[in-house]
Every structure is written in C-alpha cells, then in structure tokens.
Design a binder for this molecule. Sequence first.
Ligand SMILES: Nc1nc2c(c(=O)[nH]1)N[C@H]1C(S)=C(S)[C@@H](COP(=O)(O)OP(=O)(O)OC[C@H]3O[C@@H](n4cnc5c(=O)[nH]c(N)nc54)[C@H](O)[C@@H]3O)O[C@H]1N2
Ligand SMILES: Nc1nc2c(c(=O)[nH]1)N[C@H]1C(S)=C(S)[C@@H](COP(=O)(O)OP(=O)(O)OC[C@H]3O[C@@H](n4cnc5c(=O)[nH]c(N)nc54)[C@H](O)[C@@H]3O)O[C@H]1N2
Ligand code: SF4
Ligand SMILES: [Mo]
Length: 693
Amino acid sequence: MGEISSVYSMCGMCAVRCPIRVEVEDGVVKWIEGNPHVPGIEGSLCAKGSAGLAFEYDTERPQYPMIRTGPRGSGQWKRATWDEALDYITGKLKEITNKYGGKAIALADRSGPFTDLTKSFVKALGSPNYLDHDDTCAKNVNIACQTLFGYGRGEIGYDFANTKHIVLYGRNVFESLQVKEVNNILDALDAGAKLTYIDCRATVTASKADRFLMIRPGTDYAFNLALIHVILKERLYDLDFVNKWVTGLTELESFIVPYTPEWAEKETGIPAQEIINLARDVSDSKPKVIFHGGWMLARYLDSFYSSRSIYILNTLMGSIETKGGIIIAKGPKDAGKKPLKSLGDNVPDVKDKIFDAEMPNKSLGTGHIVNLYKVIKSGQPYPVKAFFAYRYDPMASLPDPEAQKGVLNNLDLLVSIDVNYSETGWYSDVILPEATYLERSNIIATQKGPKPGFIMRRQAIPPRYDSKPAWEIFTLIVERMGAGQYFPYKSIEEIWNYQLESTGVKIEDFNARGMVGLAKNPILWDRKDLKFKTPSGKIEFVSQMLTKNKFESFAPYVSPKKPEKGTFRLTFGRSGVHAHAQSQNNIYLSELISENVLWINEEEAKGLGIKDGDMVEVTSDGYSGKIKAKVTSYIHPEAVFMLHGFGNEIPLKTRSYRKGLRDTKLEIGLLETVDPVGGGVAYLECMVGVKKA
Ligand SMILES: Nc1nc2c(c(=O)[nH]1)N[C@H]1C(S)=C(S)[C@@H](COP(=O)(O)OP(=O)(O)OC[C@H]3O[C@@H](n4cnc5c(=O)[nH]c(N)nc54)[C@H](O)[C@@H]3O)O[C@H]1N2
Ligand SMILES: Nc1nc2c(c(=O)[nH]1)N[C@H]1C(S)=C(S)[C@@H](COP(=O)(O)OP(=O)(O)OC[C@H]3O[C@@H](n4cnc5c(=O)[nH]c(N)nc54)[C@H](O)[C@@H]3O)O[C@H]1N2
Ligand code: SF4
Ligand SMILES: [Mo]
C-alpha cells in the first residue's frame, strides 16, 4: 500500500464549489469529503460531490483535443494534438482579428470566483467581449438588488444560521442545494426558526416548511405587493431602519394602495388571510427575517420587479446588515488587508466597447448572452466571429437549441473548453478537454463574506487523459497570438505568487486548510453607519439607476397568461442528485435518476385520460417528445413540471443518450424573450400541449 496524502481543494461537480478534502494513494483518488475545517461543511458533501470519483474515472468524457471534420453537429471528429488544435484555433483567430479586430472574439463562462483568468484572457486578445451565464440564472435578481442597494446579489449573503423566519419563493433549498446553506438552514430550523415556502409544486423544501403556499405560476409579484400592502398599512415595518435608510417610501405607499390581499387572492389562489397572517408573522421576527432573493421566483416577463419586491420586503423588515438577516459581503479591504492582484493589470486596456453597450431598447447592464446572439446573427454593431464557451453550455441552457444553431452558424470559430461532451461542444469546431477539478489547480480566488478569505483549488492527481488546466490553455493561445508578454506564466505557482504579491500571504499558508482567512471574527457594520453603493448612499425604493434609464421603480402588476384548455405552463427545476445537463451520464448519478418525468395535476390528468406512469406526448410549436407522466395533486393545475438537463443528444454518452426529455427543446421561440428591465431569459413563458401518447 502506498502512502495516503491529503489535498485540500474545491469540489467541481456543480458551480457551488464546496471546499473538499481529497485522499490520494499512488496517484489515485480514494476518498473525497467536505473540508472538515470549514464551519457549516465539516466533512459533508452532497450526492453529486461524492460521485466525483465516478466522474474522474469515467471513460465517456473527452480525452484529447478534437477538431471537427464533418459539418457542425455531425459528430465527425479527428483526434488532434494540443499543438494542432491550438494552431487551428489561433490560425482562425488571426484571420478573424486581421479582418474585424480583436472585438470579433467573445468568451462566455459560467462566472464564479475564477473569472479574473477568463476576463484577463479576453483582454489580452484585445477584446471587450467577456460575458457570463447569468442571463439564464439570476440576472434579474442581481440587477434588482443593485437598483436598491448598489450591491449585486453576489455581494450580499444570508445569515441563515441565526435567523427566525425564512421565506422562500420556489427556492428549493433542500434539492437545488448548496451544502453549507442546507446545514445552516437545518440548524436554524432546529433552533426554532420558521420556514415559509411558496411554489406551484410541493418540493422536498415544501415538505419541511411550517407553511407551504401553492401559488398560481407567475403571480409571486401579486403576492408580494399584497404582503407589502399589509406591512405598510398595519405599520409592521422597522420604522427606525426605514426612516434612516430608505428613499421613496411615500411613493411606495401610494403605489401599493390598490394591491390588497383580497385582490391578490384572485391572482395567486392564496387566501387573503394567509397573506395577512404571513405579514404579521414575519414582522414578529424582524429583523431576523430572510426573504431569499432566489432565482426561479419567476422567470417571467416581470421577474425584475418581483425580485425587487423581495428585497423591498427585506428592507421593510430591517433585516439588512444584522444577525439573522442579509449581510453585505466583505472583501479583503474591509478586513484591512490587500486584495489579490489581477492578471489583467498586466494587460493594456481595450478601447472598443462591449457588443451591447449601445444597443437600442436594451435591458439594464451589458454583456447579455441573448444580445450576443443577436449580434452574431446581425453583425451589428460589429461582427463577432469567434466564440469560446468555457465551462458553459448554452445549447443546453438557453432556449431552443435548433434556433441557436441558426445563429451559431454565422461564426467562423466555435470552441468549447469543457470536461464533458457538452451540447455546445458537440456543435463546435474544436473541443479542448480541460483537466478535471481533481486534476488541476486554479488561480487563487477571493471569498467575500462576513469573514473574507482567499481560497484555492489544488491539483490532487495528474490528468488521466491528454487534457490541460484552463490557465495553461489560455496562456498558450495568447502566446500564439503574439501577446505572450501579457500572459507570461509558466506554472500555476508563478500565477499564485503574482496574485499574492501584495497580500502578505504565501502559497504554503494554504497547505493546512486549503484557505486563508483574513478576519478573525465576522465583520458586521454599525447600522448607524452603513455604506450603500447607490447614488444617494441609501436604499433606493425609487431608484436613480432606473429613473436614469427610463424605467419605472414600481411597475403595475400584469396578470400572466392563463394556459388554454389542454395546455400547461412548462415549469422546470433541479433534483438533489444532478447538476444541470452535465451529470446525467455519471455512472452513480444516472443510477439514482436516469430520466425525467412530467408532473401533471391529478384533476387535469383525469380530464385528459392520463394515468400515473402513462407515456404522454408533450408538444410545442412543431416539436414534440414523449415522457412518462407523474400524476399528482402536488402541482398547480396550470403547470406541468420536468427536471432540467435530460434528453442528451450525444451518442458518446451512452448511459444518458436520449433518456428523458429536454425542456429547452420545448422552449421554442423564446431565445430572445427576456425581462425588459433585468434582461434575464423568460423561460417560463412557455406553454405546452399534453396528451396521452
Ligand atoms: N430550460 C431550462 N434552462 C435552464 C435552466 C433550467 O432549469 N431549465 N437552468 C438555468 C440555470 S439556473 C443555469 S445556472 C444554467 C446552467 O447552464 P450553464 O450556464 O451552461 O452551466 P452548467 O450546466 O453548469 O455547465 C456548463 C458546462 O460546464 C462544464 N463543466 C463542468 N465542470 C467544468 C470544469 O471544471 N471545466 C470546464 N472547462 N468545464 C466544466 C459542464 O460539463 C457543462 O458542459 O442553465 C439555465 N438554463
Ligand atoms: N442539485 C443541484 N443543486 C443546484 C443546482 C443543480 O443543478 N443541481 N444548480 C444551482 C443553480 S445554478 C441554481 S440557479 C439554483 C436554483 O435553485 P432554485 O431556483 O431553488 O431551484 P429550481 O430547482 O430551479 O427550483 C425552481 C422551483 O421554482 C418553482 N416555480 C416555478 N414557477 C414558479 C413560480 O411562478 N413561483 C414560484 N414561487 N415557484 C415557481 C418550480 O416548481 C421549482 O420547484 O440551484 C443551484 N443548486
Ligand atoms: S453542492 Fe455538491 S456538487 Fe456542488 S460543489 Fe457542493 S458538494 Fe460539490
Ligand atoms: Mo443557476
């Protein structure tokens, strides 16, 4: 038996990136567990995290660079060496940049703590076009948060461990999970905190809630308006906090008058008295109340305003920068320390503007993937001809893959850098296999929060196949493009040392726990002296950012469309054992859930002659697919539901090939349907027909 070594690193089985400890013997991973030194983790890992072993030792993932030989999507590839693949890519890039300039290149990634690398890479290529996946995830929530506090949603955190009442809108915390958050919420519930859960479907989270309210899909905004109505009318809010920190209360008071609980009952199906009770109940626990901003609250056309109403509720409860509430995330500077140096500091600024900087009638912010697609299609305001999808799979995560093909065909170069065969990879010109999270190190990242720190993902084993870590791939491309002086790194240690240069922290400091804390105790600002990053320095119910961009601060409620008879709103979500579209082929996880089913309301199913377990046909605008029905009273009659991420079209992934149905294929015509203010994709504006197959 060889020696067993222990490596502290970060899980990579989903985008949460929990801290882990990995045991390695003779270059083989034997055991993975949650990092025992991290409070709230203490050894725990979810099912996907544990299935990291199966992922690592799987043969059904890309093993070497691949260059397309047939038409896009034909599945015809040739094996390439790294030199061949990178020469091919940079050959194309040179043609493109000679003709159109660096701005014709775009890169999108999954965002997260390591984006300093991708942003700096794009900058080194002379392009302003870095973007992330957030339009498909939390963009509406993020921008709503900014208009109130000046902080994005990633710059605030929730102190679940100390809260007294948690209100969740389709935030299915016990299935769509983050390990630390689950543990903190369970601790709070053990300590007597209340949980209110609002969803059009009874999830595992609903089963653990004190109060579960089944809402008509798409009407959360009406629910919140009524809640605010009661809170203002009965003066249930935190008077001192609101008086000191809020601008626009009077405007909110007059806007909210017509939105009574009795009115909301008709919209949402939730009894008026329940809304009144909840308003009184949460105010009894204030300020230790958390209305979670969520994601899915409603991926509808009014998502921005419904998300915004959630943060208004938090503000009314005074639950900002207080134990048991929302806490503004602190960085190194707040702990009196120096931040990491950015790799981009070495690179000259790019003069061109990002593709959608001046797009007419656009939503707030820039770098929207939906706008990039419009630009790729039209060539306006300038052509974008090369697209890198790094740790990103738009063809599985944006609506309507067929429509996407039409757009992507305008590219001269599509590159996927992935650890799996993604749907986008399968349609691309080159697949570059990245070394897995167990086989590579990443750049050091900053973890903001009440106790900020630096975190490290460190290589546990050598790559099993002919793959490379992202930092090396990007370095090699920049070098070949003649800009190597901006990206001169020969090893990850060189990068780490550069990043740490002014921090006083050393690489060895990460050895013991995989992270370096920068504050002994949680940093909580004095509530008399808060810092909001809005123009007024206050929480802006009437937002200057919105006014300046000609959007309203309070939008009148618009009732969502009711599906016609025999049709349903297609809702979707996650299970605890899969991550998006990337885990369905995992040997362990595919055993736990191998295909998705269609939840349909009992009464509706009866009317259509559908019994539990029957195969049904789901149709949408020319597309149809078959799936097994799960007939249940636990879903709202207007909705059907399926797990996201199934129905893969890549034959090399034999365990999941064509198993189940892909939600995005039903989302026909929605590729450009976004919330007009936040810009997030309105996936849920999708009606499908259902009949017995
Ligand atoms: N219809 C519908 N659409 C949805 C959703 C839905 O529920 N229904 N969910 C939405 C949401 S919330 C999100 S966040 C997006 C998610 O969709 P995406 O933003 O596309 O992100 P992921 O699916 O997490 O991962 C993208 C790719 O990253 C790859 N990957 C994983 N680990 C690594 C790694 O270490 N290195 C590299 N290079 N690649 C890696 C995966 O194999 C995968 O192909 O989808 C959105 N789209
Ligand atoms: N296991 C696992 N965990 C994950 C992920 C994963 O892929 N797998 N992904 C991570 C990511 S990227 C994200 S964004 C989060 C997502 O976290 P959540 O948003 O909590 O997760 P979803 O599973 O998408 O759950 C959406 C819920 O919204 C409900 N819903 C649909 N329409 C409405 C509506 O109009 N009103 C209300 N109130 N509810 C509605 C659906 O019925 C569903 O139960 O999960 C994260 N955690
Ligand atoms: S939630 Fe699970 S899969 Fe995601 S990073 Fe944490 S342990 Fe890994
Ligand atoms: Mo997400």
